[in-house]
Design a binder for this molecule. Structure first.
Ligand code: UFG
Length: 333
């Protein structure tokens, strides 16, 4: 089989590793570049076990022009790049904005330079619904303007989308809503070295006893039960959308676009905790706490653009996301 080469930066991370599996299963050859600073080699070996094949891996930092150049030279015919590699903690970005601007922007600039000089014309970029800030209309669609970024992390996503937009490269930015869950095999998952800040990983830590309890950040929002509303998308569905984006960009010329990547359904924090307890048949110790600064009251996607143009629809249930998240947590320990 003559597989097309897809360079995956950050392929040892949470979403990256799930995408490796889906790329391979769809006939592509993923090649990973990752500095392993907040990811794990276990995700590469896990992905290899799932696909029963070796994956080319380079331990390289995307901001390192020389090392990245070597990868492009050695691999010669890269058909497309999926750029996941980035710092991703909203909270850390507020404490260390320089670190976020320098790393997240510099790695993309390096990549674009190299893509231009090696004649690689297609990029899929890992963006976020955070680019919308607090949207004026819900569900939010891609016509909504960039809002005021709630964090330096969010600002880097906006700047990166603009950088890509200005480049001559074909591009698709995928604006993720809230990814949850793990591969059904539990061989790959979120291996971040960072302490988790996201809701479902925190619930998992309470369930495993790693944390005694957790807080719901605010119950006085204008939502169904007063807690914030988000759009939770299973990571396997998210990974599959990347393959569809690659198919699309390779089969068309002059693509410059962005897609929302969410299920299109708003779920409250309270509903997430209730469902987690029900699906996994356990009790979570939690209390009501104050609002967390920077939180948007509610955001969920209008995903009709990606439905219509790429034929992507979510198929994994929210419950299977919560179940697989817990399975991963149990095996991780
Ligand atoms: N939450 C709690 N308690 C916790 C953790 C989270 O109540 O211990 C709440 C948050 O306040 C929020 C919801 O759970 O209302 C979801 O919070 P997450 O941190 O899981 O996710 P966010 O929606 O804040 O952040 C996500 C991504 C970011 C992205 C952002 C854009 O993690 O990468 O969406 O809105 F930038």
């Amino acid at each position: 089989m003559n597989r097309k080469n897809i360079l995956v930066t950050g392929g040892a991370g949470y979403i990256g590793s799930h995408t490796l599996v889906e790329l391979y299963n769809s006939g592509y050859k993923p090649i990973v570049v990752d500095n392993l600073s907040n990811s794990s080699l276990n995700n590469i070996t896990g992905a290899e076990q799932i696909i029963k094949s070796k994956i080319d891996f380079y331990k390289v930092d995307c901001t390192d022009f020389e090392q990245m150049n070597k990868v492009f030279k050695e691999k010669k015919n890269i058909d497309a790049v999926i750029h996941f590699a980035a710092f991703k903690s909203v909270e850390e970005s507020v404490r260390h904005p320089d670190k976020y601007f320098s790393n997240n922007i510099r790695s993309l600039e390096t990549l674009i330079d190299l893509m231009n000089s090696h004649n690689v014309n297609n990029i899929i970029f890992s963006s976020s619904c955070t680019v919308y800030g607090t949207p004026e209309f819900l569900p939010v669609n891609e016509l909504a303007p960039f809002g005021k970024a709630e964090s330096p992390y969010g600002e880097t996503k906006q700047l990166c989308e603009k950088l890509i937009e200005k480049s001559t490269i074909n591009s698709i930015s995928l604006r993720y809503f809230n990814p949850v869950g793990s591969h059904p095999t539990s061989l790959i998952g979120d291996c971040s070295a960072d302490k988790p800040n996201n809701l479902v990983p925190i619930i998992c830590e309470v369930a495993s006893g790693k944390r005694e309890s957790m807080q719901i950040f605010g119950n006085d929002y204008n939502t169904i039960d007063g807690t914030c509303v988000r759009d939770y998308i299973h990571v396997v569905d998210l990974a599959k959308a990347h393959v569809m984006a690659v198919n699309h960009i390779l089969n068309n010329t002059k693509i410059k676009t962005a897609y929302n990547l969410g299920v299109g359904k708003g779920v409250s924090v309270q509903e997430v905790i209730d469902s987690f307890q029900k699906v996994n048949n356990l009790k979570i110790s939690y209390e009501l706490g104050p609002r967390r600064s920077g939180d948007v009251e509610k955001i969920y996607s209008d995903n009709t653009k990606i439905n219509d143009e790429l034929g992507w629809f979510p198929v994994m249930s929210f419950e299977s996301g919560l179940e697989s998240a817990w399975n991963w947590e149990k095996l991780k320990n």
